[in-house]
Write a protein that binds this ligand. Structure first.
Ligand SMILES: Cc1cc2nc3c(=O)[nH]c(=O)nc-3n(C[C@H](O)[C@H](O)[C@H](O)COP(=O)(O)O)c2cc1C
Length: 199
């Protein structure tokens, strides 16, 4: 099994979503000792914004990195995505990654019957962190709902969300929310994995 572990928090060692993705990946490694993990830190090593020059592949180094990013995505059986809420959506570093993996003809295509995702057969676990409280699918949720939508567009519908909300409300809220989310992270990462092709 190939795991792609993405982090996008800008809060370094204080990050909640990084603690959750680490716990998810560590638990997966216990259950799948032969799994291979690729870790991409989109904050430490951000992808450039997608621009006209990117689409024209004007910079060979940027084009090569974009292709590697796409290949890492296509090779993954399981995505573990650290997705903090920043200004009601996801960090722009994570959006920059989505811009590199949402590629017509590679990961989706348009047909006479509408769009079709080409990245089927993958599973995703989202580590959702929020300072406030935003119900999934509620009016201020442009984070989890967006990620589930765009992953579904690419053909990935087996998506679990591990949620830690209300982290900025008080120290007690944070402690309780993180304890619950870490327990959920271990539970979700321990679920049997239907795609366990190569352990
Ligand atoms: C730049 C920035 C923007 C934020 N915007 C929001 C927001 O719109 N809504 C919210 O509930 N929390 C917001 N927060 C709080 C974060 O969601 C919270 O700190 C969470 O723990 C971030 O995850 P992380 O610790 O993994 O970075 C914001 C935090 C930062 C640093």
């Amino acid at each position: 099994m190939q795991i792609l572990h993405l982090d996008s928090s800008a809060l370094g060692t204080a990050s909640a979503s990084r603690e959750l993705t680490r716990t998810i990946v560590d638990t997966l490694a216990l259950h799948h000792p032969r799994a291979r993990v690729t870790h991409v830190d989109l904050d430490a090593d951000p992808l450039p914004h997608l621009t006209e020059r990117s689409l024209a592949k004007a910079d060979p180094a940027e084009a090569a990195r974009a292709e590697r990013t796409l290949e890492d995505f296509l090779a993954a059986d399981l995505l573990v995505i650290g997705a903090p809420m920043y200004n009601f959506g996801i960090p722009s570093t994570l959006k920059a990654w989505i811009d590199r993996v949402t590629v017509a003809g590679r990961t989706f295509r348009y047909t006479a019957n509408g769009p079709e995702g080409l990245a089927r057969g993958k599973r995703a676990i989202l580590a959702i962190s929020q300072g406030g409280v935003h119900a999934p699918g509620g009016p201020s949720d442009f984070q989890q709902r967006y990620l589930e939508f765009v992953l579904g567009f690419l053909g990935i519908t087996d998506v679990h969300a591990v949620r830690a909300g209300g982290l900025a409300l008080s120290a007690e809220h944070r402690e309780r929310a993180m304890a619950e989310a870490l327990a959920e992270a271990r539970r979700v990462a321990g679920l049997p994995f239907a795609l366990d092709r190569a352990a």
